[in-house]
Design a protein around this ligand. Sequence first.
Ligand SMILES: [Zn+2]
Length: 314
Amino acid sequence: MVEDYPRTLGDLEARFSSEEACRAYLFDLRWPDGFRCPRCGHAKAWPVARVRFQCASCGHQASVIAGTIFQDTHKPLAMWFRVIWLVTSQKTGASALNLQRVLGLGSYKTAWAWLHKLRRAMVRPGRGRLSGRVEVDESYVGGLEEGTHGRGTAKKAIVAIAAEEDGDGTGRIRMRRIANASAKELHAFVEDAVEPGSLVHTDGWEGYTGLRKKGYKHKATPVKDRKASKVLPRVHKAASLLKRWLMGTHQGAVSREHLDYYLDEFVFRFNRRTSRYRGKLFFRLLQNAVAIEPAPFETLTRGSRGRKKRTPKG
Ligand SMILES: [Zn+2]
């Protein structure tokens, strides 16, 4: 599919002022090779009403926004497009407060909820794992908000970080909040984030031992605290940029509970930081937004990674 996206705000406003234009754009993103019935895969459909298509084979009615983050929205798509532009056109993104002010959204809460919906689309469904030589480390992120009175450590979270080596520079990264720095948590993160067969470079922490048994090459370099940034420079750089972003753009108004969504956004931005056109991020975000599959009933009984949960007996 040709990557077709607005280059400027003027471009965006000229192209996407009507719902029809927004829907047509989403249609092309969702079905780049033409309509496919989400139920039976048939390629022929006819329009029903203004926003639906009916499969010519099984009769299933599909709409371009059903099953996407726009599904239950009461606001015009044109407004969503503007928000997505605002979020993607600036290198550091937008806070809920920015959004509320710039777009005149009714409340802070609405702006916050929109940003959270968009963050869900910042992880491409089925994205691959990092590969090659990958640095992995954990970092403590402090200054977080806590909704209820927590324990003394509640304002801090531990974030596991993986960063690909790309010559002297950094390739793609992954980040995730982990409960603690145990082998169980760290191994699970590595297995989610890094392709087996890759070389994982860590410090000497015992939580990383045993990675070889899981199919990784493992290089452990013991460090004294002060030199950690020299031994694993890429993860340390990413960690400091993350902290700056949380305190800068979001003024530290991030709760530990929601940190994962902010990490998704940070990773989305970081991995596209060299994109020449910001419009490309607009394109990617919308592409992910319509690629998200609806949650059919049977998936509700499964765990978050698609494994079947055991039905409790009794
Ligand atoms: Zn069908």
